[in-house]
Design a protein around this ligand. Structure first.
Ligand code: FE2
Ligand code: FE2
Length: 465
C-alpha cells in the first residue's frame, strides 16, 4: 500500500522523507485507535460523507459513500500568503515564524497538544451514539463529525511530527493513548472526560463544546507561527458543520418539545421536557466556559506577547495589536463578595475570547427561542450566568446560582437539581433513545431537519445498513 496516495495533502508529503517515516509509524496506531475507539458497530457500513481532497473551493467537500476506516484523512493547510508577518504582540510586524521559535517551544507544543487531545477525545465520547440515532440523517452527521475530528487529530499530529522532532513524536503517540473518562489516563480537559451518551448530550456538546473549539482555533489561526495559523484556518472550514449539527439539532428538539407541549404532557407523549433541555444547556455551557482558562492568566499574556495566540479575528476587528495600555474590569470574589477588579488586558485575554464565545452562543439561544415562539409558546430558554458551575478560574471554588449571584455551597447543593441534569433526568432522556434507521423516519422526540445534506432530501439513504 502506498501511504502517500491515501493521504491527500498539500504539504509535499511525497518529498518529505522525515515526515513520511514519522507518519508510517503513527498511521497503523491511529487506525488501531480508530477501530477500537471510533463509532462502534458501523465501521463496515457505507456512509454518505464529505471528504477534503484539496483546499480549493471545489475540493474540500467531496461527497460520496465511504466506509469510515477508509476515510482519506488528509493533511491540509490553507495556502501561504507571501510576506506574512506576526500580527500582534511584542514582535508585531516581524516576519511570521516558519519554524518553532526556541524560547516558545514548550508553550507552543502545549497549545498544540491540548488542542489535539480534544479531537480524539470527542470521538471516544460519542462512540456509542450511532446505536441510538434518531434518524439516518442524524447518524450520518454524527459520523461526519467523527471522521473530521479524526482528521483534526491528523492536523495537530502533522505539526508535532513536522516541527517538534522527537518530543513531538512522543506527544503524537500519547494522543492515541489517553482515553476520555478513564481515571488512569484521562483526556487533558474536563469537558472531554464527561460522558456524551445520549443525543441531547451530543447536540449540546456540538453546540457548546465544539464552539469553544471554533474560538480556540480562531485565536490560533491568527498565530505568528505560520504552519499553525494555516492549519487552523483550514480546520475552521470543517468545524462550521459541527456547530450546525449541534445548533440545528437542539433547535429541532426544542421545536418537537413545543409541539408536544401544546398537545399535553411532554413526558407522557414521549418528548424531552423543556426544563431538562435547559439543564443540559446549563451543564455543557458551563463546562465549555472552563475550556477558555482562567479569567486572569499570565499564560494568555505570554502567548499574546509572543505572537502565538491572538484575539478572535485579531486582524479584522482590531486596529491596535499590542493590547498593552488597556484594562478589563472583571468581577472577582473578595472577602465573600463580588467586587470589580481591573486587570491589564493582556492578562484578561482568555476572558476576552470567552466573551466573544458567549455572544455567539446567545445567537443559538435566540434561534431556539424563536422555535418556541413560532409554536405560539411563551416559555423561553436562556444561558446561565458565566459564573455558574465553574471549575476553572476566578469563580471555581465558589457557588453561584444561574443568575450569577454568590450563594453558599449548601444552597448550591440544595438547589442543584433545579439547574443541572439529575441522574433521573439522564435516565429519562436515555430511555427515549431508541434507534430509528428506516429511510425517511424520525424519532418522536425530535423534529425532522428543514433540509437534507448536499441537496439530498431527508428521505435519503445517508447510511447503508
Ligand atoms: Fe475538531
Ligand atoms: Fe468539531
Amino acid at each position: 500500500m502506498n501511504l502517500y496516495d491515501r493521504i491527500p495533502n498539500n504539504v509535499n508529503l511525497s518529498e518529505d522523507k522525515r515526515l513520511q517515516r514519522a507518519l508510517e509509524k503513527w498511521l497503523p496506531n491511529y487506525l488501531d485507535w480508530w477501530r477500537e475507539m471510533g463509532p462502534e458497530g458501523f465501521q463496515e457500513k457505507d456512509v454518505y460523507l464529505r471528504t477534503a481532497i484539496s483546499v480549493e473551493p471545489d475540493g474540500w467537500a467531496n461527497f460520496d459513500y465511504v466506509k469510515m476506516p477508509d476515510y482519506r484523512w488528509g493533511i491540509f493547510l490553507k495556502p501561504a500568503e507571501p510576506g506574512a508577518t506576526v500580527g500582534f504582540g511584542d514582535n508585531y510586524g516581524h516576519p511570521a515564524y516558519q519554524e518553532v521559535p526556541g524560547e516558545f517551544r514548550n508553550s507552543l507544543r502545549r497549545i498544540i497538544v491540548t488542542q489535539g487531545d480534544t479531537e480524539p477525545a470527542s470521538v471516544e465520547q460519542q462512540r456509542l451514539l450511532g446505536q441510538t440515532c434518531p434518524s439516518l440523517y442524524d447518524m450520518r452527521n454524527l459520523f461526519q463529525v467523527n471522521v473530521e475530528e479524526g482528521r483534526h487529530l491528523w492536523a495537530m499530529v502533522y505539526l508535532l511530527h513536522g516541527y517538534f522532532g522527537r518530543d513531538g513524536r512522543d506527544e503524537a503517540d500519547a494522543l492515541l493513548e489517553r482515553r476520555s473518562g478513564n481515571p488512569d489516563k484521562p483526556r487533558i480537559l474536563e469537558a472531554f472526560n464527561q460522558p456524551c451518551d445520549d443525543w441531547l448530550n451530543f447536540f449540546a456538546f456540538t453546540m457548546f463544546t465544539d464552539r469553544d473549539g471554533k474560538y480556540q482555533l480562531s485565536a490560533l489561526a491568527e498565530s505568528g507561527f505560520e504552519p499553525l495559523a494555516r492549519t487552523c484556518q483550514f480546520m475552521l472550514t470543517e468545524e462550521a458543520h459541527h456547530m450546525f449539527v449541534g445548533d440545528t439539532g437542539l433547535s429541532r428538539v426544542v421545536k418537537r418539545t413545543a409541539q408536544l407541549m401544546k398537545q399535553g404532557d411532554v413526558r407522557e407523549l414521549g418528548g424531552i421536557p423543556l426544563d431538562i433541555i435547559q439543564k443540559y444547556i446549563n451543564f455543557w455551557f458551563s463546562y465549555s466556559l472552563d475550556l477558555f482558562g482562567g479569567e486572569i492568566s499570565s499564560n494568555s499574556a505570554d502567548f499574546f506577547a509572543a505572537g502565538l495566540k491572538g484575539r478572535y479575528k485579531e486582524q479584522e476587528l482590531y486596529t491596535e495589536h499590542s493590547a498593552t495600555n488597556e484594562v478589563l474590569t472583571l468581577q472577582s470574589v473578595e472577602g465573600g463578595e463580588l467586587k470589580p477588579r481591573e486587570v491589564p488586558l493582556r492578562n484578561a485575554l482568555n476572558e476576552v475570547l470567552r466573551t466573544e464565545y458567549v455572544k455567539d452562543c446567545e445567537k443559538g439561544l435566540a434561534r431556539w427561542n424563536k422555535a418556541l415562539a413560532d409554536e405560539g409558546l411563551t416559555e423561553r430558554l436562556f444561558l446561565p450566568n458565566t459564573r455558574f458551575h465553574r471549575h476553572v478560574g476566578e469563580y471555581a471554588g465558589h457557588s453561584f446560582d444561574v443568575d450569577g449571584n454568590l450563594i453558599s455551597s449548601e444552597e448550591f447543593e440544595r438547589r442543584k437539581a433545579e439547574w443541572l441534569p439529575t441522574i433521573e433526568d439522564r435516565e429519562y432522556v436515555r430511555s427515549l433513545m431508541h434507534p430509528v434507521t428506516e429511510i425517511g423516519k424520525i424519532a418522536n422526540w425530535i423534529a425532522p431537519p428543514a433540509t437534507g445534506i448536499k441537496g439530498k432530501p431527508f428521505e435519503f439513504e445517508y447510511v447503508r445498513l
